[in-house]
Design a protein around this ligand. Structure first.
Ligand code: GCB
Length: 630
């Protein structure tokens, strides 16, 4: 019976698909963005590997010295064999030649490629050649997983697009620029950020300039499935929706199949290529959870295109101050992680093995069920691995500290980043929280900025929860030292989160932490999105009084966890942080040496004493989570 109902629903849903279209911020140049959802599951030509590299500190390759286009002598993207030209014409003048420059392996950051580039912020050019045989009727899409921060992309001497934002994918249609046989691709990547950028220049992590995620050329049919989002909604239905792109995108039949489940999901796209279908959840659906991270093979077919993905189905909701996963209350036993692989000299190259190593420490080492992927969208390799291993995820964009909240261009960039992140990852069951900001100072402009982003989240994905890492303040209440959580943004959020560093950045005695009172007027779930203390692995102070000793950090964790058990509304935490990470602002010569030392492990994975303090507590909380009441 439900099959018949589902068919009727699918038909009527297709009719109203046009009204359900999302409001998407266009890129700055007004071009509609290509999403190319599940791009990593499509066949394609991998353009990672050896590329030539050359620095361009004065940006001569982007503009001439009086402005305008760069002259031929400095135009890195010119479709020209400079060595041959010089051989044939002794008078030819060039002031660069990428083809004879150093060869590097992409994806990677230039910071780790040569000592003189360790702190280089600016423009770097990359170039390579590749062969391709164009098939008639196909479209060729050039997709970058990420380039940090601004990227200028040229194929065979012509510009095909540019992108701002270091942590989200972007795709350009290069069909008209490609030729059969040899092709040249040149990319300028500028890591220099201004106060108007997201994040602004001052952060507490390393800015890995470079092309840090994979580059692929993907051939698709002339009309293709640009977006497809398949999810279990709180109303008990499986919904699927998306967009076709191309000349035949209107009125095309779309069919979604989920292997092992009988779910009739079919639709017809509307005039703008949007489609939508819905069916009641089948009785044999196994819901995704950290204990049983069940993923299904999902296929979307439309015209000549066929897309496959692996998708889990679960619901997440808030009830009063509880977080419900698949209808049951859950306590989030988490840890924060930066996108930086284990090793003495990481370059932000997140392979599946690197992602597995980090996430396995969170899940099996710490007995966790949750990770905060800080402070920007991590590689899709990480979110896919979280789906597979069974870790709930907090995903965020780098609206961090002192953003230019009153600058409309900054807001436009943040909105684009947020949309790119959500579009890329909303098929990942692991993700339960989208965060719109971290430790941002309250002001009218900031409140407007973050509320706009929270509204975007709800329009783009109403199946997950919206949060932000907030600041709190201290006051005396009834004579007691009290931490008050009353950020005016809270009404716009589902989950409030605070970063808590009492005893590290404050001069509270560690022994006094459990007595600290916490209060909020809001009946919403609370997460400690950070808490932590620094320690240099191997530095010991048996008395435990010295900051940066392993003993101090361990004691900080013991007392803070005792405190946490009494914090009203607390439904989870993601302490700061799994492992030590590069941060140019941390320059203590004895303890830090350019690393933030709040890791529970060193950069090479040596566990500090605090690691087992947290792991033991999480083992206990897995059986009996804290449930404090105010
Ligand atoms: C914070 C920031 C995080 C820093 C951390 C620290 O509150 O959100 O990015 O790295 O504190 O170590 O101070």
């Amino acid at each position: 019976m439900w099959k018949v109902v589902a068919g009727l629903i699918a038909g009527s849903m297709a009719l109203c698909a046009a009204q359900a279209q999302e409001v998407v911020p266009a890129a700055r140049d007004g071009t509609p963005p290509i999403t190319l959802v599940a791009a990593d599951m499509r066949a394609g030509q991998d353009l990672s590997g050896p590329w030539h590299r050359g620095i361009d500190p004065y940006r001569d390759g982007l503009a001439g010295f009086h402005g305008g286009d760069p002259g031929l002598s400095s135009r890195r993207y010119a479709d020209l064999d400079i060595a041959a030209t010089e051989r044939n014409d002794g008078g030819a003048l060039f002031e660069q030649d990428l083809a004879r420059g150093p060869v590097v392996t992409l994806p990677s950051s230039w910071l780790t490629e040569a000592p003189e580039l360790r702190h280089y912020q600016g423009l770097v050019w990359y170039q390579r050649h590749f062969d391709t045989a164009k098939q008639p009727g196909k479209r060729y899409l050039l997709r970058f997983g990420a380039a940090n921060y601004a990227a200028y992309v040229y194929v065979n001497g012509a510009k095909v697009g540019e992108h701002r934002g270091g942590f989200t994918p972007f795709t350009f249609d290069v069909t008209d620029r490609l030729r059969d046989g040899d092709n040249q691709i040149t990319v300028g990547v500028d890591s220099q950020r201004s106060d108007a950028d997201v994040p602004p220049p001052v952060t507490d992590w390393e800015t890995y300039g470079g092309i840090t995620r994979e580059i692929r050329l993907i051939a698709v049919p002339a009309t293709f499935i640009d977006d497809a989002w398949v999810r279990l909604e709180r109303d008990g239905n499986i919904h699927a929706s998306g967009r076709l792109e191309g000349a035949q995108a209107a009125g095309m039949a779309v069919k979604v199949t989920i292997a092992g489940l009988s779910v009739p999901l079919s639709a017809r796209s509307d005039a703008s290529g949007h489609w939508e279908a819905s069916a009641p959840v089948p009785a044999n659906l196994e819901r995704w959870s950290p204990e049983r991270p069940r993923l299904y093979d999902v296929t979307v077919a439309a015209g000549e295109d066929r897309l496959t993905d692996r998708i889990g189905f679960r619901t997440v909701a808030v009830d009063g101050d509880r977080i419900l996963l698949n209808g049951k209350p859950i306590f989030l036993r988490g840890i924060s992680i930066h996108e930086e692989e284990f090793g003495a000299d990481p370059t932000r190259a997140i392979t599946p093995a690197a992602a597995r190593a980090l996430l396995t420490e969170a899940k099996e080492g710490l007995n966790g069920n949750f990770v905060r992927l800080a402070h920007y969208p991590h590689s899709e390799v990480m979110t896919r691995m979280a789906d597979r291993l069974g870790l709930l995820v907090w995903s965020e964009i780098p609206v961090y500290w002192r953003v230019a909240f009153d600058n409309p261009a900054t807001l436009a960039d943040a909105r684009t980043m947020l949309a790119e992140n959500i579009r890329r990852d909303r098929n990942r069951a692991a993700i339960i929280l989208w965060s719109v900001g971290n430790e941002t100072p309250v002001s009218d402009a900031r409140n407007h900025f973050l509320r706009t982003l929270a509204g975007d989240v709800r329009r783009l994905d109403d199946t997950r929860l919206v949060t932000a890492a907030l600041l709190s303040h201290r006051e005396k209440r009834g004579g007691a030292d009290t931490v008050v959580i009353d950020d005016p943004l809270i009404p716009a959020l589902d989950v409030m989160a605070v970063n808590a560093y009492n005893g590290w950045y404050s001069d509270d005695r560690l022994a006094d932490l459990p007595a600290l009172r916490w209060t909020s007027a809001y009946d919403k779930p609370l997460i400690f999105s950070e808490l932590g203390a620094g320690a240099k692995a191997g530095y010991h102070d048996p008395a435990g009084t010295h900051k940066f000793s392993e003993e101090f950090q361990a004691e900080y964790y013991r007392q803070t966890l005792k405190m946490a058990e009494k914090v009203p509304h607390l439904r989870g935490m993601s302490p700061w942080i799994l492992k030590d990470f590069r941060s140019p602002r941390r320059q203590h010569p004895v303890y830090q040496q350019g690393w933030n030392r709040k890791g529970l492990e060193s950069e090479t994975g040596q566990r500090k004493q605090a690691f087992s303090v947290l792991a033991d507590q999480y083992r206990r909380w897995a059986e009996a989570p804290p449930d404090p009441v105010e």
